[in-house]
Design a protein around this ligand. Sequence first.
Ligand code: 13P
Length: 258
Amino acid sequence: MQLVRKLIVGNWKMNGTLPEAQSLIRQITADKPWPKNTDNPPLVVLCPSHPMIHPVAMMLDGYDWLTIGAQDCYTQDIGAFTGDVSAMILQSLGVKYCIVGHSERRRLHNETNQVIAQKILCCQKRQITPILCIGETIDERNKGATSAVLEQQLQESLNFEVTNVVSSLVVAYEPVWAIGTGKIPSKQEIIFAHQHIRKIIMQHHLYRRITPVILYGGSVKPDNAAEIVCGDGVDGLLVGGASLKASDFRNIIAACIQ
Ligand code: 13P
């Protein structure tokens, strides 16, 4: 059986200065965070804020287990869009992955699934793998609407018609109520959500040819990472707060060695 490499994404959000980021990376990379002779080490993506992408990418150069990601991109390639950053610019900085549709952008910047669909398309055109974040709020969960919410977010965000650009896709299941709260769904709920997401993507006519990677995100910590990541269909983790502390993040990476 072929072992699938786990994917661990650190979303730093709007935290840290450049010297702090450099220090964090030095600590993360002090030595490999897993025991010697691991056959299948995970791939780790670090997503700093936009101004830090270039210096962080320089520091990650040469590591086969670390790569650079971004937290967002704009819906156009070029033009008079003050303050925005396009997938084209990110590509020129060496960015390989880009988070799109994070719940903080949906909530604080009114991003709709339609806007997110455009961003996914921009990433695909630039050979950047989008990390599409979806997840239910606490109200939606309490109403029993989780599956319907995930389905709608996926259908509307993957709804574009340029068939020749789809190459790869990562979806992160991030329940909004689990982000930064210390609360997480049960293992069974996470597995069910991942199965549901995979089924919907595989039914999508543009995505049948690719194998989606599905992550869990929301209050991932060193003490719950191993339990979450060994769940059936869980391909990796999207980590917020715990990715800012080198020892926690290294322990999470180590927990993904199975
Ligand atoms: P926390 O890991 O801090 O809950 O954040 C999760 C998240 O939003 C990652 O994108």
